[in-house]
Design a protein around this ligand. Structure first.
Ligand SMILES: Nc1ncnc2c1ncn2[C@@H]1O[C@H](COP(=O)(O)OP(=O)(O)OP(=O)(O)O)[C@@H](O)[C@H]1O
Ligand SMILES: [Mg+2]
Length: 145
């Protein structure tokens, strides 16, 4: 597999949102994984990606629902947050396989529990907070970069 890397530095929340818009505009992958510590900016980057895909839905954290569906655009987006997932069965009960097979874009915060089951190509984004202040290091890894 040809895994390419790209690294960006974001100095503030708006820059992360703006990078998300760029990623959304150029997205060719069907699955996007968002890794990083709590509060690092995964949902904010998702808001940008959804905006870049030209959807008009309001993006909120799906922490309590496992998935939020955004459908006010040409493509649907299925936004998962698996932080509170305790059992993979919960995910398969809500039709995770169907979301993966569907035409929409699947964006997953805290994807580690399902990562072994996902087929490439996919885009993996890791957000780090190296100075423990506002700067974020955002690394994109995927075949299609
Ligand atoms: N450079 C930056 N990039 C992104 N967010 C930043 C940055 N600087 C400060 N922030 C702040 O960090 C927070 C990121 O919150 P967000 O909900 O996107 O994190 P998250 O990774 O989704 O958290 P969780 O793991 O709880 O889902 C926001 O309050 C945002 O304003
Ligand atoms: Mg979040």
């Amino acid at each position: 597999m040809n895994n390419n890397f790209q690294t960006f530095y974001s100095e503030n929340a708006y820059a992360t949102y703006a990078l998300g818009i760029e990623i959304g505009r150029n997205l060719t992958d069907h699955i996007v994984l968002l890794k990083g510590d709590m509060g690092v900016g995964k949902t904010l980057l998702t808001k940008g990606i959804v905006k870049g895909l030209e959807l008009t839905d309001d993006v909120t954290s799906p922490t309590f629902a496992l998935v939020n569906v955004y459908d006010q655009g040409a493509k649907q987006v299925y936004h998962f947050d698996l932080y509170r997932l305790t059992d993979l069965d919960e995910l398969y009960e809500i039709g995770f396989d169907d979301y993966l097979k569907g035409d929409g874009i699947v964006i997953i915060e805290w994807p580690e529990p399902v990562e072994p089951y996902l087929e490439p190509p996919l885009l993996c984004i890791e957000i780090e907070n190296p100075d423990h202040q506002d700067t974020r290091r955002i690394t994109l890894k995927g075949m299609n970069l």
